[in-house]
Design a protein around this ligand. Structure first.
Ligand code: PLP
Length: 429
């Protein structure tokens, strides 16, 4: 109990919450409430404990009208986070240039420390911004590359990132060498080999999407990064779908640069993201929005973003507390359990159902993609929404055509039973 109290005190000290006493109390209470719910169970036992996860669900404001199984697009924030945004917003609006720029602003450094600790890196390597696109485009467009330099990436990387490299290809004569992946994949040796085959003496950057958004494929980031480094090539990692979803620290992936959204798996307010790069790389990357010292090695040069809602940024602290209270390992296990629950059942019992995601632990977490023979993904998605009020994401990309299903910590087995009912019905008719 004593160590828990100490832990909570430390957490509260990290957040900007100390500026507003009521917020500090709320964060601590929330943390205690969640932790008291978790009995002494192993991660695997807790993953199937519906009573526990029901209480977690109650921390969200889940719609009773639709079942949201597109948390991969953007995730909702628990009420404690929503309340913080609202409270900070009201506070800021009393006199924005004073309360937002002079008071709320003081929470940024504690938040940076908190995020850095969670991510396993130095606070001097973390910039807080608005989404993964901003974080990764800062890297992609800011790296000093020139005509003839080559990039290795796959056609399954996120479109915004593909577009950023392609713009540099068009404008500055870079060249992209594509790794041709067949998804789902269950052979990491082959994946690494395919990446290595595209690396040449001219390659300067390898771009790796840790979890591919289209079907949830986990790539062996560290192994690919190690191969790149052996050849003197730098590595950019897109962690949009793995941060606060899989249990790891950023250095475990072996990259030099990393970007993620915080409004996906961390359940931070919508419009929050994070950039990381190794300290020694900072000075050579030009910011997207320059400050007066674009060559400096101060990571804060990437935060010269103009006037923006600091209430969103500051409420990231509440989302982080919430994440810590659940615990990364527990969350990953629960998310995988939910994915397996519906996907295994559908795969074994629904004719014409085709799963396009590996069910092996090292290759997927919460996200999965499926198709139904003879039906386009858009049609399946439309039926699920129209007839069953289940919101999913139609995914037609490269060789995939179907629907992506993404549960979150607030998803119940009832929701997934309803999904199975919907898929069965659609496959039959
Ligand atoms: C793999 C991947 N990278 C980057 C992004 C972009 O994220 P954001 O919308 O936060 O910029 C996404 C969004 O879905 C994604 O799936």
């Amino acid at each position: 109990m004593k160590s828990r109290r100490h832990f909570i005190q430390k957490l509260s000290a990290f957040t900007g919450a100390s500026l507003l006493p009521s917020l500090k109390a709320l964060s601590a209470d929330n943390l205690l409430t969640i932790s008291q719910l978790s009995p002494n169970k192993t991660v695997e036992e807790l993953a199937t404990d519906e009573d526990y996860w029901y209480q977690i669900q109650q921390a969200y404001t889940v719609s009773p009208q639709i079942i949201n199984l597109n948390n991969g697009g953007v995730s909702p924030a628990p009420l404690v986070v929503q309340n913080a945004v609202e409270r900070y917003g009201k506070f800021a609006n009393e006199a924005p240039s004073y309360f937002m720029w002079r008071i709320l602003d003081q929470g940024r450094e504690p938040l940076r420390e908190n995020l850095a600790k969670y991510a396993g890196v130095s606070p001097e390597e973390i910039a807080i911004n608005r989404n993964a696109t901003e974080a990764l485009d800062t890297i992609i467009l800011g790296l000093p590359l020139q005509k003839g330099d080559e990039i290795v990436m796959t056609r399954y990387d996120y479109p915004n990132m593909l577009h950023a490299y392609r713009q540099r290809e068009l404008r500055e004569g870079l060249k992209i060498n594509y790794v041709e992946l067949d998804l789902p994949a269950e052979d990491n040796d082959l994946i690494v080999k395919k990446f290595v085959e595209q690396m040449t003496p001219k390659t300067k950057v390898v771009h790796i999407t840790h979890i591919i958004n289209w079907n949830g494929q986990i790539l062996p980031a560290k192994r690919i990064a190690d191969e790149a480094h052996k050849r003197g090539i730098e590595v950019v990692i897109d962690g949009a779908h793995s941060f606060a979803h899989l249990e790891y620290k950023i250095p475990d992936l072996g990259g030099d640069y990393y970007g993620t959204s915080l409004h996906k798996w961390l359940s931070a307010p919508i419009g929050s993201g994070m950039l990381w790069m190794k300290k020694e790389k900072i000075s050579k990357v030009f910011p997207l929005i320059p400050n007066d010292k674009p060559n400096s090695d101060n990571i804060r040069k990437f935060e010269n973003l103009g006037t923006r809602p600091f209430m969103i940024e500051q409420a990231i602290g509440q989302a982080l507390n919430f994440q810590l209270a659940i615990g990364n390992a527990r969350k990953e296990a629960r998310l995988r359990y939910l994915k397996n629950y519906w996907a295994k059942e559908a795969q074994s019992h629904i004719p014409k159902f085709k799963l396009n995601t590996s069910l092996k632990q090292e290759f997927s977490g919460a996200l999965a993609h499926f198709g139904i023979e003879g039906l386009e993904g858009g049609k399946i998605e439309g039926e699920l929404l129209g007839k069953f009020k289940i919101h999913t994401s139609p995914v037609k990309w490269e060789k995939l055509d179907g629907v992506r299903v993404t549960p979150h910590v607030y998803t119940t087995l009832n929701d997934l039973d309803r999904l199975l009912e919907g898929i069965k019905h659609i496959a039959k008719t």
